[in-house]
Design a protein around this ligand. Structure first.
Ligand SMILES: NC(=O)c1ccc[n+]([C@@H]2O[C@H](COP(=O)([O-])OP(=O)(O)OC[C@H]3O[C@@H](n4cnc5c(N)ncnc54)[C@H](O)[C@@H]3O)[C@@H](O)[C@H]2O)c1
Length: 307
């Protein structure tokens, strides 16, 4: 199939492109920056004229391009709405004009805000607590309206805490790569609150597999709006993660506790029952295995850089 991936030079996009190519698909990556291992059209998804040309041959679009920092979105809400909401609208419009109808995109646990109860189910209240989450919810709303109005097939994949090898964000605010670096280098490990907050960590290969299954679902059940939690259903605390990294690296963490962050829910995890029943997806990689593979990648990468 001819597939467009937007944001394919980022952490997840990089893994997704590899899997799509391996499965025999013809992929075009559109991103603001280059993917060192895959040809990239350097372009901004908000540029609809450019998108009209660049996506014209495609059958499916995987839309990953987005600004992704919840904290930063509080400081720069206008920028987040522009990149994420206008960016999505631009792609949807370019698809509509070109008659391309299948859109699969990266939504997020952030749409739920502070859940009333856990495990979170897809039809629970969605009330974001930061502009980033709001943009993801708005992106879902745009997509569902294109499904209704223009016969699109839309699939929103709501990832929980995604982690794995090759995660490089600048600045790195995500817990897993930050902890690995801090423990490896003997720096203080910053933990907000008592470290007993529970989160749902999903390994990148599991998330990638869900995208391939989404392609099948789009064929089987077209012209519908589908939305799924992608979660392990097995929450782990920040301290458990630190402990697993300590064991893998063989070094003790110097934990420094900072005050709890306002609006940081104690427990955040989801039911993946719907993904299991409709998408045929279930997380397969255990936290122990995922952390081990992630640590091994980073340690090898740092060795390579220092030699
Ligand atoms: N990493 C997580 O834990 C997580 C959790 C839930 C959802 N998500 C979502 O998954 C997707 C991928 O996340 P990631 O961790 O790979 O992020 P990432 O920052 O590594 O990748 C995003 C990519 O999008 C590109 N991009 C941003 N704005 C663009 C624009 N206007 N035009 C073209 N390209 C643009 C960036 O250059 C970057 O390469 C994002 O949509 C993110 O919101 C991530």
């Amino acid at each position: 199939m001819k597939i467009i991936v937007t944001g394919g030079s980022g952490f997840l996009g990089h893994h997704l492109i590899q899997a799509l190519v391996k499965a025999g698909h013809e992929v075009k990556n559109i991103d603001l920056k280059a993917n060192p291992e895959f040809p990239t059209v350097i372009a901004d998804v908000r540029n609809t004229d450019k998108m009209l040309k660049e996506i014209s041959e495609a059958q499916v679009v995987f839309h990953l391009a987005s600004l992704i920092e919840a904290g930063e979105s509080v400081e720069k809400p206008t920028r987040y709405i522009d990149y994420n909401v206008n960016g999505t609208l631009s792609i949807l419009e370019a698809m509509r004009v070109n008659g391309i109808k299948t859109f699969i995109f990266s939504s997020s646990a952030a749409i739920y805000g502070e859940p009333k109860s856990v495990p979170i189910k897809e039809d629970d209240r969605a009330l974001p607590i930061n502009p980033y989450g709001m943009t993801k919810l708005a992106m879902e709303g745009l997509l569902s309206s294109y499904v209704k109005a223009h016969g699109f097939t839309g699939i929103a994949l709501r990832y929980f805490n995604l982690y794995g090898p090759e995660e490089h964000h600048e600045p790195e605010t995500h817990a897993m790569p930050r902890f690995i670096k801090q423990i490896y280098e003997g720096q203080e490990v910053t933990v907000w609150g008592d470290g007993k907050h529970l989160r749902d960590y999903v390994y990148v290969d599991d998330i990638v597999r869900a995208h391939l299954l989404a392609l099948d679902l789009a064929k089987k059940e077209p012209q519908k709006y589908h939305y799924f939690n992608l979660s392990t259903e097995k929450p782990a605390s920040v301290l458990e993660i630190v402990n697993l990294i300590e064991k893998t690296i063989g070094k003790k963490a110097k934990i420094k506790h900072f005050p709890e962050r306002p609006g940081d829910p104690r427990v955040l995890y989801a039911s993946a029952q719907k993904a299991k029943e409709v998408l045929g997806w279930q997380a397969q990689v255990s936290l122990e295995e995922g952390v081990r593979k992630t640590v091994e990648y980073f340690v090898k990468d740092w060795h390579k850089q220092s030699n």
